[in-house]
Design a protein around this ligand. Structure first.
Ligand code: ADP
Ligand code: ZN
Ligand code: MG
Length: 655
């Protein structure tokens, strides 16, 4: 249910092209990343300017030009004094008896010296039978020669070969991936090896994940005391697959297993095996397992296994032979271990659904360890671990932060604490305050606060009405999470924010909660309409969210008159993007009903939202003017301002 975000990024300013705080999933970055990745994947390290194919090419062109100019210069300096003249001029010289000697080259070219010792050349236009008798009659010395093959001509003939050979060598070196060696680097694996004394990671560095740790303890046990298992004749596990969303600590856990059992850790990634040459991946796999056997006892860790482990034969557009061979080689190598080799293969993926079934068979990755997103308690534990590295002010309440970060992964939380420390350092403080952490959380989860200087008073007021609309509904609806805070300070691309604070992580939501969420989302729109009689473009994100919830209620959750049926399009194909391959599994008629059911839900919600805000219009005004004044308000301040009981106060919930 990741769609149900607790943070409503509101009033997205869609006309702002010069957004200084690009979100991390900015599509531009994505494409740039793709392009960058594409060009560098074949090239290995591009640090050395000469290794850069572009530089190489321009160097080649430079040398070539130098050569050509050199030769031209050389050639003209040799024949420099020879002046070319028309054949008729030559004949006139002959008739006038001013020719000393003549050399006829290959019956076509004449080089002659005049009586005044000037060397000239001319071409015979056709055959001239009278030429020789004429010359003889005048007593000119005549010689003949083969065509004079000049240095220039030889080099010109060689140039294509030089280019061709140079190009081949260049390609070969590049394909090598490592630059220098011609053959050695191709089949070498790229694993990083951590000797036991280089790896101090233990299970204590991994917060939460109790179940995963429990299952992995068995692996640790085996690596530490293999004899125990052999004695009873138990088959020892060969492979463990860590499955979970990105940033949940899979890599960390694998490293911790190696650290706990004091064995060598070979860290490699599935994408290391994907190369442009057929057979390279397989050869790298062989090399990797060879290295592992030498380093045993040890753990091979293949990160992002799905890069090579996707189902065979499912490639759209011809499949990928190379990948299949690599995968086959992994399977062969895993089967090839005898029970005493003391090598365990661990792998991580966030797409277990696309893995080839053969990988999951007994004797291969038969242990699957789920590494899930942390819950509220685990988040607190992760925060505690990462806060050990920074100095905290006394008022910092990690429980509250853990509660305000639903859906965050361990990596997000680690990043957040680091951002908080950066904020503190920027303020020249020695300790990190609660404010720093809250700002860091907003930055990581929503986008950085931009400051409100550029907003006019009028815009500020409009934003305040909009946010107050969302906010008020938190207090007049039953099935909603308590409010965390509301702000009209722009964050990222949102002009204002209303953030709720769930008391516990929501795993399921019932219909009442869903419709109340829709109503809260509609608050901004309704408030704008109520106050100004028209709405702004800032509501587009709200509308999208509300529509999304309504759609899923109808097509996925069976919460409409269509009843118990899934009309979603969840089956995502392997390689195509979602949009390309989306297909409806229902008729046009059903599509019409879906639309009308969604309409019904949205209309009912809109009506009720409108009723509530009209009824509490006075509160809307009070809240708005306070928001314009203070810019940010929390739950306690709002309750005090509007005279609500502080029953749902989040701070008291803790006790
Ligand atoms: P994954 O491999 O699942 O994508 P990583 O193991 O690379 O995630 O996690 C990235 C970082 O996030 C870790 O280096 C660690 O700092 C932090 N982290 C993630 N999960 C945890 C956890 N359970 N406890 C402590 N730190 C964690
Ligand atoms: Zn809004
Ligand atoms: Mg990882």
């Amino acid at each position: 249910m990741k769609c149900f975000n607790n943070f409503k990024a509101d009033r997205v300013s869609i006309f702002r092209a010069d957004d200084p705080n690009k979100k991390k999933d900015d599509p531009k970055d994505f494409w740039q990343g793709l392009k960058g990745g594409g060009s560098s994947s074949g090239g290995g390290n591009n640090n050395n300017p000469l290794k850069n194919p572009k530089n190489k090419l321009s160097l080649g062109i430079f040398v070539f030009m130098l050569l050509v100019f050199g030769i031209l210069f050389f050639d003209t300096s040799v024949n420099g004094s020879v002046q070319a003249v028309p054949y008729t001029t030559f004949k006139q010289y002959v008739t006038a008896g001013q020719v000393k000697d003549v050399n006829i080259e290959a019956n076509t070219k004449i080089i002659f010296t005049s009586t005044s010792d000037i060397k000239m050349s001319s071409r015979i236009p056709y055959t001239d039978d009278t030429l020789l008798p004429d010359l003889m009659a005048k007593g000119v010395i005549v010689t003949g020669s083969e065509q004079n093959i000049s240095l220039l001509a030889i080099i010109f003939q060689m140039i294509p070969w030089i280019i061709f050979i140079g190009f081949t060598v260049m390609l070969y070196k590049q394909a090598n991936g490592m630059g220098g060696k011609l053959t050695g680097g191709l089949g070498k694996n790229l694993a990083k090896e951590f000797k036991p004394d280089e790896n101090s990671t233990t299970f204590d560095d991994v917060a939460g994940q109790a179940e995963a740790k429990n299952e992995l303890l068995e692996v640790v046990d085996f690596l530490k005391h293999p004899e125990r298992f052999e004695k009873v004749g138990a088959k020892i596990p060969r492979g463990a697959l860590l499955v979970g969303p990105p940033g949940t600590g899979k890599t960390l856990l694998a490293k911790a297993v190696a650290g706990e059992s004091g064995v060598t850790f070979l860290h490699t990634s599935g994408s290391d095996f994907v190369e442009m040459f057929v057979g390279m991946g397989a050869s790298r796999v062989r090399d990797l397992f060879e290295q592992a056997r030498k380093a045993a006892p040890c753990i091979i860790f293949i990160d992002e296994l799905d890069a090579v482990g996707r189902s065979r034969g499912s490639g759209v557009g011809g499949g990928n032979d190379e990948r299949e061979q690599t995968l086959n080689q992994i399977l062969v190598e895993m089967d090839g271990f005898d029970s005493t080799s003391n090598v365990i293969v661990m792998a991580a993926t966030n797409r277990p659904d696309v893995l080839d079934k053969a990988l999951l068979r007994p004797g291969r990755f038969d242990r699957q360890v789920v590494v899930d997103l942390p819950d509220i308690k685990e988040r607190e534990a992760i925060l505690t671990i990462h806060c050990k590295k920074v100095r905290l002010e006394s008022g910092v309440d990690l429980t509250r932060i853990a509660r305000a970060t639903p859906g965050s992964s361990g990596a997000d939380l680690a990043n957040m604490i680091n951002e908080a420390a950066l904020f503190a350092a920027r303020e020249n403080k020695e300790t990190v305050s609660m404010d720093n952490i809250e700002n860091a959380r907003d930055k990581v989860m929503i986008g950085v606060a931009r400051g409100s200087k550029f907003m006019s008073e009028e815009d500020k007021k409009a934003t305040a009405y909009h946010e107050a609309g969302h906010t008020l509904l938190h207090y007049h609806l039953k099935n909603v999470d308590p409010l965390h805070k509301v702000t009209i300070i722009p964050h990222g691309r949102a002009l204002g924010l209303t953030i709720s604070l769930p008391e516990k992580d929501a795993y399921t939501l019932n219909r009442s909660k869903l419709v109340d969420r829709i109503k809260i989302t509609m608050g901004g729109y309704v408030a704008e309409d109520l106050v100004y009689g028209e709405t702004t473009t800032g509501t587009s994100n709200d509308i999208q969210q509300a529509t999304n919830i309504a759609k899923r209620m109808v097509t996925e959750f069976g919460m409409s008159s269509l009843g118990f049926i899934n009309l979603g399009q969840e089956d995502e194909p392997l390689f195509l993007g979602r949009e390309i391959a989306q297909h409806k599994n229902y008729s046009e008629e059903t599509a019409r009903i879906i639309d009308s059911e969604m309409r019904k839900i949205l209309d009912a919600c809109l009506k009720e939202t409108s009723t509530i805000l009209t009824k509490y219009r006075d509160q809307l005004e009070i809240l708005t003017s306070r928001l314009v004044e203070k810019e940010t308000l929390n739950d306690a301040e709002i309750r005090e301002l509007l005279g609500f009981e502080p029953i749902k106060n989040i701070l008291s919930l803790k006790d």
